[in-house]
Design a protein around this ligand. Structure first.
Ligand SMILES: [Zn+2]
Length: 319
């Protein structure tokens, strides 16, 4: 991973530059290889570093002759679409501040099918959160918020509210840091405490409401600050960071994406929101393109049937 990639050198600065750099699959494959093997090619068979290029996207180890595909085991595995189209899609998804709906992507890339655009967006969402991501630290607000308009699929009807766990760094009085989000699965349990311990660095100051179950945080390596004396009406002033994140998230889900969210896919929408929120101050949108591609070559393929629930006849919403 390049710590501080340079605009116009490590990643394209503009859409025109993107087109110039990546006219064909060969150029895209070279770029993917440089991201996947940032320290140089290493044969997964014998650990050798010497190779020949054989055929499109294949690196053959000089020592053991094993061939490795730069796209094998990534979301680009066995794609039949030119990689330059994938690159254009990633550019489009990352260059829009709020992202893009499947219908928007279908239109801009001229896909015949909505389902293809929908599947691409879901594949990219799988690449938006690094599994080894750092934990939040410093002053962190922790709370649960309810998201409305989430469909529970064929059995559950529409309009249910789903709980979302929110942790957000509060850098100072005005600035928020990074966010972590998760769908609440077990209401009325210590789930929020478990989430907090998973995503917040021990030693941090954690602010919550006065729920009794949360007082365990003080015994788990955190400094715990809580407020009991407030009503629902002034909740915003007690945990302003969570309140802001929750309202922006709701606006994004319902306003920007223009489609209802199904509960089974909500975790991935939360991943996309996290990706965007945590990079909202990035100097360059091109840097988001770079980071997403970098993560995409480390992410499993996720064929369509695993994106959809196999036991459900899921039809994407066309609105
Ligand atoms: Zn080898």
């Amino acid at each position: 991973m390049v710590a501080d990639p340079v605009r116009g050198v490590d990643y394209p600065a503009t859409y025109q530059q993107l087109l110039a750099w990546f006219p064909d699959d060969a150029a895209c494959l070279d770029y993917l290889a440089s991201l996947r093997w940032a320290e140089g090619f290493v044969c997964p068979g014998c650990g050798g570093g010497e190779y020949w290029r054989t055929g499109a996207g294949l690196w053959m180890c000089k020592r053991c002759q094993r061939r490795t595909s730069v796209t094998a085991g990534t979301i680009f595995h066995r794609t039949r679409t030119p990689l330059s189209t994938w690159f254009a899609a990633i550019w489009f998804v990352t260059s829009q501040k709020n992202g893009v709906s499947a219908l928007g992507l279908q239109r801009v890339l001229g896909f015949g099918s909505y389902e293809t655009a929908w599947a691409w967006l879901h594949k990219l969402r799988r690449a938006m959160v690094r599994p080894e991501r750092d934990r939040l630290s410093g002053v962190v607000e922790l709370d649960e918020t309810m998201i409305g308009g989430v469909s529970r699929g064929t059995m559950g009807g529409f309009g249910d509210k789903v709980g979302v766990l929110v942790a957000v760094e509060h850098n100072d009085a005005r600035r928020l840091g990074r966010v972590r989000l998760a769908v609440a699965q077990r209401p009325g349990t210590t789930e929020l405490v478990d989430f907090g311990t998973a995503v917040i660095e021990p030693g941090s100051l954690v602010r919550t409401d006065g729920a009794r179950a949360l007082r365990r945080l003080a015994t788990l390596g955190f400094t715990h600050e809580y407020t009991t004396s407030y009503t629902t009406a002034d909740r915003a002033s007690v945990l302003p960071g969570v309140h802001l994140v929750a309202s922006l998230l709701k606006r994004w889900l319902i306003g920007t994406l223009h489609y209802r969210v199904e509960e089974q896919h909500l975790p991935y929408y939360l991943d996309e929101y996290t990706f965007r929120f945590n990079r909202r101050t990035s100097r360059s949108r091109g840097l988001l393109f770079y980071r997403l591609l970098e993560q995409a070559v480390q992410t499993d393929p996720h064929p369509l049937h695993t994106l959809l629930k196999p036991n459900e006849s899921h039809i994407p919403d066309f609105t």
